[in-house]
Design a protein around this ligand. Structure first.
Ligand code: PLP
Length: 328
């Protein structure tokens, strides 16, 4: 006998979905005002320049919109590769500078100059080749990847006539080491990503947060397309649960086992497939109900704890395939 509660939510999906106007069953609700407020709060708190990190499509939140939203609050932007700055139109839309944090891809200074991009170099050869693009020196203070070893800092700064140096610091000692190594020659120093925003000694001349800009600004939602009382063990694994719902979000959308929230109650994900997942449901939960993957309680930090990874990984993976709904 067909369970009375079981109606397929697919019947209720908007026509737009079938017309290809909606590409995803998952929506990222992105509060641009909150992101601006976060940036303003960071500026007030640190009192130094703010370089907003919008690499990886602004952690999957959409670099173009982020750049626009932050343009008049920040002093500049950071990406990883040159193409990210060009694609997001950072210079064209804001007139502001961008630092490319990754190793340089082009040895033609004009490629950077045309977009007001500062390449990061870590050796003498690149420093000399890119001298006219006014490169910044990435200094190794412990990270040990695409960064200049301490004993070559001085000569590399000289070789490229460089006056900006930075390090990817995770502790205040890293910032102190940068000052020791480059403070004499470079006029502008920066070290602090989100993790060092509580360490005033690491602020130096600028801070470079990514994650901290996006805190509290993202809700990720989908909805139950089916809810039913179980007739026996279900799914691939034969899990047993009295009642469950199905969402159209799976491994391919970055989903992993953990909790979600339905009608203000936390529920466990029971089983995940490629493009769908089973979730516990209460007797009140029904087809069409909103299923929250990220919200004010289910923060990227909290999910990261469950997944044993970073909040950055949670955000970038869960939001990558989502439809974006910007709130201004
Ligand atoms: C990604 C990155 C940042 C920003 O990191 P968050 O932890 O997200 O704030 C800052 N600096 C460098 C060099 C980075 O690669």
């Amino acid at each position: 006998m067909r369970n009375q509660d079981f109606t397929t939510g697919l019947d209720n999906l908007p026509r737009a979905l079938w017309n290809g106007e909606v590409r995803s069953f998952v929506t990222a609700h992105i509060d641009l005002n909150r992101i601006r407020q976060n940036a303003e709060a960071i500026r007030r708190r640190t009192g130094v320049e703010l370089l907003a990190v919008v690499k990886a499509d602004a952690y999957s939140l959409g670099a173009e919109r982020m750049v626009e939203a932050l343009a008049d609050v920040v002093n500049g932007f950071c990406v990883f590769v040159l193409k990210e700055a060009v694609d997001a139109g950072i210079y064209r839309r804001t007139g502001k500078k961008t630092i490319c944090l990754g190793p340089p891809e082009s040895m033609t200074p004009d490629d950077y100059r045309a977009f007001l991009v500062t390449p990061a170099v870590s050796d003498r050869e690149h420093a000399m080749l890119l001298k006219s693009a006014h490169p910044a020196l990435c200094v190794d203070t412990g990270m040990q990847r695409f960064a200049c070893p301490s004993e070559q800092v001085e000569s590399t700064l000289l070789a490229g006539d460089i006056n900006e140096a930075f390090t990817h610091g995770t502790r205040s000692e890293h910032a102190a080491r940068l000052v020791d190594l480059a403070g004499q020659k470079a006029r502008r120093l920066h070290a602090a990503a989100s993790a060092l925003l509580d360490e005033p000694s690491a602020y130096l001349h600028a801070v470079r947060p990514g994650m901290a800009l996006y805190e509290g600004a993202v809700k990720l939602t989908t909805s139950f397309v089916e809810v039913r009382d179980a007739t026996g063990p279900a799914g691939y694994t034969g899990f047993v649960s009295p009642r469950f719902g199905v969402i159209l979000m799976g491994y391919s959308h970055g989903l992993r086992p953990g909790v979600v929230m339905i009608n203000s109650q936390e529920r466990r994900i029971l089983e995940i497939g490629m493009q769908s997942a089973f979730v516990e449901a209460s007797p009140e939960d029904k087809t069409g109900d909103r299923v929250e993957i990220l919200n004010d309680t289910l923060t990227p930090q909290r999910i990261a704890g469950e997944w044993k990874t970073s909040a950055q990984e949670v955000l970038v993976n869960l939001c990558r395939t989502a439809r974006r709904d910007y709130i201004e």
